[in-house]
Structure formats: C-alpha cells, structure tokens
Ligand binder design. Structure first.
Ligand SMILES: *Cc1c(COP(=O)(O)O)cnc(C)c1O
Length: 375
C-alpha cells in the first residue's frame, strides 16, 4: 500500500527534536507571543528573503488579514476588484469575499495551472485594485510578468504561497515577490506544523505593523485598540515545531523533486499527462516544490479506481471549483470551461519526502500497467 501522505512518518523522522522543542516550550511557562514565535518569524523571513514575517493562526487568516490591513490603510475599499485564478483552492476566494471585495475569476494557464498573466491583464477594469496569484501545487506563478502588470496598473499583489514554501525563480523565493504573501503551515503543507498555523511575509514596514495589531485585537499597544481586530496568532508550541521542521525543509523539497523526476521519466502511459516533461532536471525545477504531483487525464475515474486496486492512494485537488460551490450559489456567473475541465481531469499521485524508492516504483508500475489492462 502506498499512502498519499504519511504525516506520522514525516514527523516521526524528527521525533526527538520535536519532543525536545515541546519540552522547551512547556518548561518555559510562556505560551503566546514569546521567544519561539519571534525566532521563527525571523528564521522564516530570512528563509523567504523578506524583511518581515508575521505569524497568524492559519493560512486563510494570513490572506484575509492582509487584505483587511490594506482596507484599514485605505489602499482597498469594499467592492474593489481582486483578480484571482478560477481554479484555486477555495481559501484564496474566501479571503476576498470575507473582506467584501469582489473576486474576479480568471482562467489559468493550461500548462502550469497558475494565473495566466495575459488573461489577468485582460480582466483589469477601472475597479481592479489587486491581484492574488496562487502558486498552485507548489509551482511559482509567473511573478515577473504579474509584477510588471501590477506596476503598470498600480495594483497590489498578494501571493497565496500556502503550497509553495521554498519555490523560487532567479533565486528569489515565493513570499518575496508580491507586496505581501500568505503562507499556511497546515500539517499537510510542505512546511507543516502539528496543528494550525500560518504567516504573512512582506517588505512593507507599515503593513507589518498594521497586521500585527489586527491579529492581536486591533491593539498596537497593550489595552489600546486602533482597529476592530481579531485574535489570530501563531502560538509558541507551533512556532517551536516549525523551527525544527524549517531546518529540514530543503532536504524534503529535494526528495519531492527526485520523486517528481522519477515519475516524469518512469511513467510512459499516454492516457495521462504529467506536470513536467521527462527531460526535466533538478536544476530546471527551481520554481516547483511539488506540494502535489498532479497529472491530468480524461480517464480519471478509471485510473483512480485502477490505482486504488493496485494499492496506490490518490486524491483530487480539487473536485469542485469555487464558482460552482454552493457557498457562492448567489453568483450569477459565466462558465469557466478550462477550469471546469481541469477539475474533472486532475488526479494527484502520492508524493511525500518519506516515500521509499520501492513505493515510487510501485506507483510508476501501476500507472504504466493500466494501458495494458485497458487496451
Ligand atoms: C491550505 C491553503 C490555504 C489555507 O491555509 P489554512 O492554513 O488551511 O487556512 C490557502 N490557500 C491555498 C492555496 C491552500 O492550499
């Protein structure tokens, strides 16, 4: 059996370090807004190459509170339009609607599943104020093109980097391209806590200050409140866990890339399209950290049930696009044929840093056998 993601095995690799860190927090007697959070924020900001990292409760809050902070600063107002890829995970869209901003869904680039700069620019109106690119499945969006558009149209850019810790282009990492970026440390993410956690990175001093206040009841100073804020903080225990796991992130990413390359070379079944060409190299994959290894096939149901029978667990990211969710039933929305096709055809193969070579080969063999079985 090849499990999709074995979190127990992933965290088990660092059991001793995690236990030592947990004991350090327990014995410190200090559990909120202390040294662990401060240290993690510095370490993660340095890792991303940004000036500030602000810990928050989860990835959705990282996105929601950044947009909220821009509203408090007068840089956004209710009804402003925010461009976002139509095929994203629902959280990117929730962050926009929670702030009573208007999401403008744009079809993605078919090869990368990421925001298509050309279609994004075509979607700009006089009410557009921001772009929210998503580094979906771990692959950096086309940030040079997106930042160029943003500059020409004076738009804010918020990266949804929840799936892309460490992805980079020209040596510049996810989280350091936009005016701000939201990260999730949900346990299953590439950098995962042992509970909920998230962070915003930014080079904007004023935004960092506003965000810290909003996430702490709107308080910049004890018992004084500038904003009608919320409680959204990264806690000491999760920060301590994340400090341990950040040290191992690059090695884990390396293993993810090896597995993705093994799939790209080993799987030769024409019923499915792989995310990267067979001649890719580790060097050519700087911009992809393979949070997910997503293949595309019109025979998804057959492939998934075949793989299940062969002992390979697969998942679908994601079965229903945001515009077809009941939560947004009130939207009188046009069709997004490419997005809808993607949601009907994608399938995620197991990819995690603890997979053995035998397990990787078992996935490859199962994918290749289907052709014979079905032909
Ligand atoms: C996981 C995820 C989020 C939300 O993060 P949480 O920590 O679960 O709130 C947002 N955007 C994307 C693309 C995600 O994958």
């Amino acid at each position: 059996m090849v499990p999709f993601l074995d979190l127990k095995a992933i965290n088990g690799q660092y059991r001793d370090e995690l236990v030592a860190a947990a004991i350090r927090v327990i014995d410190s007697g200090w559990y909120i807004q202390g040294e662990e959070v401060q240290a993690f924020e510095q370490e993660f900001a340095a890792y991303c190459g940004s000036t500030h990292c602000i810990g928050v409760a989860n990835g959705l809050d990282a996105l929601t509170l950044t947009l909220r902070a821009w509203k408090e600063q007068g840089r956004l107002k209710e009804g402003d339009e925010v461009i976002v890829p139509a095929n994203t995970y629902i959280a990117s869209v929730l962050a926009i609607t929670e702030n009573r901003l208007t999401p403008v869904l744009v079809e993605p680039d078919e090869a990368t599943y990421n925001l298509c700069p050309k279609k994004a620019e075509e979607a700009i109106t006089s009410r557009t104020r921001a772009i929210l690119p998503v580094h979906l499945y771990g692959q950096l969006a086309d940030m040079p093109a997106i930042m160029d558009i943003a500059e020409r149209h004076k738009l804010l850019v918020l990266e949804d980097a929840a799936q892309a810790h460490g992805a980079s282009l020209y040596g510049r990492k996810a989280g350091s391209w936009g005016h701000a970026a939201g990260f999730s440390f949900y346990p299953g993410k590439n950098l995962g806590a042992l509970g909920d956690a998230g962070a915003v990175t930014t080079n904007d001093d004023e935004l960092a200050q506003t965000l810290r206040a909003i996430g702490n009841y709107g308080s910049h100073k004890k018992y004084e409140n500038l904003y009608q804020g919320v409680n959204s903080r990264l806690d000491e225990m999760q920060a301590a866990m994340l400090r341990v796991k950040l040290k191992h992130l690059d090695a884990e990413t390396q293993r993810r890339k090896e597995i993705a390359l093994a799939y790209a070379c080993g799987i030769s079944n024409s019923v499915l399209t792989q995310p990267i060409p067979a001649n890719s190299t580790v060097e050519s994959l700087e911009n992809h950290v393979f949070h997910l290894n997503v293949i595309r096939t019109t025979a998804r149901e057959a492939l998934q049930s075949y793989l299940t029978d062969a002992g390979v667990q697969t998942l679908i990211h994601y079965p229903i696009p945001p515009h077809q969710q009941k939560a947004y039933a009130e939207w009188d929305i046009q069709a997004y044929p490419l997005t809808e096709a993607i949601h009907q055809q994608v399938l995620s193969l197991p990819i995690s840093p603890v997979m053995t070579d035998d397990q990787v080969q078992a996935v490859i063999d199962a994918c290749n056998r289907l052709r014979c079985a079905e032909a």
